[in-house]
Write a protein that binds this ligand. Structure first.
Ligand SMILES: [Zn+2]
Length: 313
C-alpha cells in the first residue's frame, strides 16, 4: 500500500553514519546534496507535474558555509550523499550560483504534489531537524549536547555524564471503528468546520498499541471495541509521530465524549458519506494521512462507488 512518508526509493545508508570524515569530505568537495529546511518550511522546486524536493548540490554552496551548516546525513539519492540542513537564515545568501527556483513551503501543504519518495525523504529531514532543535541540552545534567554519528546521535558535552540521545519517534494509534454499515468518526475543537476523522491518541508507556486502541476509543467516544486488527503505519513528521493504523469492531456502548478531547463523535453510514462528502456537509481528513486510507479501505469493502470518487478525484 502506497502511503505518504513511508515510501522507499532512497538508501538510508545507516552503516555509513560513522564514517563522518568521508561524508564531511563529500560536502567539502561539492559532491553531496543538501535539503534545506528554513523557518519550519521545506525547500522545493516547481516541476511540470507539481513540485519536487530541492536537492541543492553542495558545489553551489559558498565554500565557507559548507561545513558550518547543521544537519543530519539522510542517505544516498542517485549515489550522492544527502544531508538535511536547518537554515537559520534564508539560504539565498550562501548559494554561489542562481538557485532562484528554490522556494519554501509547509510540508503538509506541498506533500500531495510531491512524489512519495521525495515526500518521504523530506519528512525524514524535518523529523531529524525537529529532534535536534528539541535536544540541544542534556536531559540528565543540563549541559549542551553535540552532534555525532553524522547527526544521528546527540551526546552530552559534559564528559562525566556522556549521555547519548537518539532520534525520537512517538508512537500513536489511529483506529477506524466500524459497526456494519457505519463507522465512528470524531472531530476536535479547533479543526476546520465539518472535518471528521478516525479516533487517535498516543501510546502510553507500558502499553501495547492494541491496548491503546481500546483505551483511546473508550476515553474519546465511550464505546468499547473488539477484534482490533493492525492495518498499516505511517511516519507523521508533525512533528514526530509514528501512526499505527488499526481497524476495530464496535462491541458495546453509546457515544459519550468521556475525556472531552473530542467536540463531537458520530456514526456515519457509507450512504451518508457518499452523499455528504460531495455536498460539503462533512469534510474528510487530509488525503495524505493514514486516516484517509483507513476510511477509504473500510468504505470500499462494501460499496459500488469508490471512496476517491466520492472525495472528488
Ligand atoms: Zn549530561
Amino acid at each position: 500500500m502506497a502511503i505518504h512518508f513511508a515510501q522507499n526509493g532512497y538508501d538510508r545508508c545507516s552503516l555509513q553514519r560513522q564514517r563522518q570524515l568521508l561524508l564531511k569530505k563529500s560536502v567539502e568537495n561539492g559532491s553531496a546534496l543538501f535539503l534545506f529546511i528554513f523557518d519550519g518550511k521545506v525547500g522545493i522546486r516547481k516541476t511540470h507535474e507539481g513540485f519536487e524536493a530541492a536537492f541543492i548540490e553542495t558545489s553551489t554552496v559558498l565554500t565557507a558555509y559548507r561545513n558550518k551548516l547543521t544537519g543530519s546525513f539522510l542517505g544516498e539519492v542517485g549515489g550522492m550523499p544527502v544531508f538535511g540542513i536547518r537554515c537559520d537564515e534564508h539560504p539565498d545568501g550562501i548559494l554561489s550560483s542562481d538557485c532562484g527556483d528554490l522556494f519554501f513551503m509547509e510540508l503538509k501543504q506541498v506533500t500531495p504534489y510531491l512524489s512519495k519518495m521525495h515526500a518521504s525523504i523530506i519528512g525524514y529531514a524535518v523529523a531529524m531537524i525537529h529532534w535536534h532543535r528539541n535536544h540541544q541540552f542534556c536531559g540528565v545534567c543540563g549541559n549542551p549536547t553535540e552532534s555525532s554519528e553524522s547527526g544521528h546521535v546527540l551526546q552530552c558535552t559534559n564528559r562525566d555524564c556522556d549521555k547519548k540521545t537518539f532520534p525520537r519517534t512517538d508512537p500513536a494509534v489511529i483506529a477506524l471503528v466500524h459497526n456494519g454499515e457505519s463507522c465512528l468518526l470524531g472531530r476536535q475543537r479547533g479543526w476546520p468546520d465539518r472535518l471528521y476523522s478516525t479516533i487517535a491518541g498516543f501510546v502510553e508507556p507500558g502499553e501495547s498499541p492494541e491496548q491503546a486502541v481500546y483505551r483511546e476509543v473508550y476515553e474519546e467516544t465511550g464505546t468499547l471495541v473488539r477484534n482490533v486488527q493492525y492495518f498499516a503505519s505511517q511516519p507523521w513528521p508533525f512533528p514526530a509521530s509514528l501512526m499505527l493504523g488499526f481497524t476495530a469492531c464496535w462491541d458495546t456502548g453509546l457515544i459519550s465524549m468521556k475525556d472531552n478531547e473530542l467536540q463531537d463523535a458520530r456514526w456515519y453510514s457509507r450512504d451518508e458519506l457518499a452523499e455528504w462528502i460531495p455536498n460539503g456537509k462533512i469534510q474528510m481528513p487530509n488525503r495524505i494521512s493514514i486516516a484517509w486510507k483507513l476510511i477509504e479501505h473500510w468504505f470500499n469493502e462494501s460499496s459500488t462507488v469508490k471512496f476517491h470518487e466520492v472525495c472528488g478525484e
